[in-house]
Design a protein around this ligand. Structure first.
Ligand SMILES: *[C@@H]1O[C@H](CO)[C@@H](O)[C@H](O)[C@H]1NC(C)=O
Ligand SMILES: *[C@@H]1O[C@H](CO)[C@@H](O)[C@H](O)[C@H]1NC(C)=O
Ligand SMILES: *[C@@H]1O[C@H](CO)[C@@H](O)[C@H](O)[C@H]1NC(C)=O
Ligand SMILES: *[C@@H]1O[C@H](CO)[C@@H](O)[C@H](O)[C@H]1NC(C)=O
Ligand SMILES: *[C@@H]1O[C@H](CO)[C@@H](O)[C@H](O)[C@H]1NC(C)=O
Ligand SMILES: *[C@@H]1O[C@H](CO)[C@@H](O)[C@H](O)[C@H]1NC(C)=O
Ligand SMILES: [Cu+2]
Length: 383
């Protein structure tokens, strides 16, 4: 919600009427050392297109770890599927894992509208702190490994009194991007990385309405450290409205400083980059062989080759099945890419069979993943 507490109930009424689609923000994309990994790739995102950008509710829930839990509901039509997706959420592993090194810079992109690459990041009213955590896991693609112990904080941006700027505002000023450095003394292997924004614009309400936005990505980190950062649990009951800072009033002057930041202190890496050994090469979550269209954690494959009328139509049918699978499984940031895949493959193959071009497919195996744009904003690590 956009406005200060005095207009809150009016604003609520407005959103109930229009829906909440683009009211808030969601982490859609990560960059590793400035390289765009692709919208939704390696990311656990709330699959419900109409709620993926809403805040965690209630803050006492398990969703505080990596976002919304899966829905028991199964959509029944394509329209419904595009609105109410099923599949990857906070506790459900996605199929892709992004590679990074100790001391790599990981950049998170936040969007109000997950479907638009040029979306604004978050409404300027949503002032508050931001933080990033890591958790070492046995497998980054496994499910049910987000909530619970194991989290350590590697970065935070709370409130900068010299410029009177909150962390979320600095993110807006950096085109919706937050960058952090992977500590270079940690152990190598599989990790979840979790970014967290806390919007305090309605925290002074009665009852308080602190709005957390969290997004998790799956990483495999090449590191040879031995450090064992102390960890905290994030999950059911970790946060309540009585947690310091949850009912903070950002409208008072002067502000009550320092802001009582939630979570543990930021982990400070030791000297050197460790005396341990590197983990085995990454084996899970790599781009699958034969994948010609990466869309979030979903992959499109080439149509079976065909040589006559029957096999042409068979191949075309299998393409349509893939398109439907894309709609079913990609995150909200990838809906429009499913359309692109459908146009490039299903529609064009259908056309070829209609034109009696019984041999194909054309350009077999060509990678048709749309090009991911370079990062807007800087890789600078603000705090
Ligand atoms: C998606 O969110 C909308 C709006 O809150 C809700 O009505 C719908 O039930 C949700 N879909 C699922 C599958 O939970
Ligand atoms: C990690 O470091 C190695 C060796 O310097 C390099 O070849 C590789 O590209 C790096 N990987 C990433 C994801 O940055
Ligand atoms: C914050 O900045 C204001 C204005 O410069 C100053 O008066 C105040 O003492 C500062 N507060 C803290 C806690 O540093
Ligand atoms: C690595 O080993 C050297 C020599 O034993 C030691 O001086 C250094 O502190 C160790 N570094 C780390 C990060 O453990
Ligand atoms: C369609 O193609 C697939 C993949 O080549 C093959 O497994 C299947 O048997 C074919 N079906 C028909 C009806 O030809
Ligand atoms: C997509 O989801 C619907 C509803 O769950 C299901 O009936 C359909 O078989 C799925 N399509 C594919 C291609 O997986
Ligand atoms: Cu909001």
């Amino acid at each position: 919600m956009f406005f200060s507490s005095s207009t809150q109930s009016a604003v609520l009424a407005l959103f109930c009427f229009f829906g909440t689609s683009f009211a808030h923000t969601v982490m859609t994309t990560i960059f590793v050392d400035g390289v765009n990994q692709g919208d939704g790739v390696c990311i656990r995102m709330n699959m419900n297109g109409s709620t993926s950008n809403t805040y965690i509710k209630p803050i006492t829930s398990k969703d505080m770890a990596c976002g919304k839990q899966p829905y028991p509901y199964v959509p029944t039509s394509r329209t419904e599927r595009s609105l109410y997706h099923i599949g990857i959420d906070g506790e459900i592993g996605g199929s892709r894992v992004c590679s990074a090194n100790a001391s790599s810079i990981i950049t998170f992109e936040y969007r109000e509208d997950p479907t638009k690459v040029d979306s604004t990041s978050i409404h300027p009213s949503h002032k508050g702190p931001a933080a990033v955590y890591l958790k070492k896991v046995d497998s980054a693609i496994a499910s049910n490994n987000a909530a619970g112990d194991g989290w350590f904080k590697i970065w935070e941006s709370v409130y900068d009194n010299s410029t009177q700027t909150w962390g979320t505002t600095k993110m807006i000023q950096n085109n919706g991007h937050i960058s952090v450095k992977i500590p270079d003394d940690i152990q190598g292997g599989s990790y979840l990385i979790r970014s967290e924004l806390l919007a305090l614009h309605a925290a002074d309400n009665n009852p308080p309405n602190p709005q957390f936005f969290v997004g998790c990505a799956q990483l495999y980190i090449m590191a040879k450290g031995c450090a064992q950062p102390s960890t905290v649990s994030i999950g059911e009951g970790t946060y309540t409205l009585n947690t310091p800072g949850m009912a903070y009033n950002i409208y008072t002057t002067p502000l009550a400083l320092p802001y009582p930041m939630n979570g543990p202190p930021v982990y400070q890496p030791g000297p050197g980059n460790g005396n341990g050994s590197y983990p085995p090469p990454q084996s899970e979550g790599l781009k699958p062989k034969g994948c010609i269209f990466v869309n979030g954690n979903w992959c499109g494959y080439e149509a079976p080759s065909y040589t006559d009328q029957n096999s042409c139509w068979n191949s075309s049918r299998m393409c349509w099945t893939q398109s439907r699978d894309c709609w079913n499984k990609t995150q909200p940031s990838g809906f429009h890419f499913c359309q692109a895949f459908q146009d490039a493959k299903s529609v064009s193959l259908n056309q070829a069979c209609m034109n009696k071009e019984w041999t194909g497919p054309p350009n077999p195996g060509k990678d048709i993943t749309p090009e991911w744009p370079p990062m807007k904003g800087s890789l600078n690590i603000f705090t």
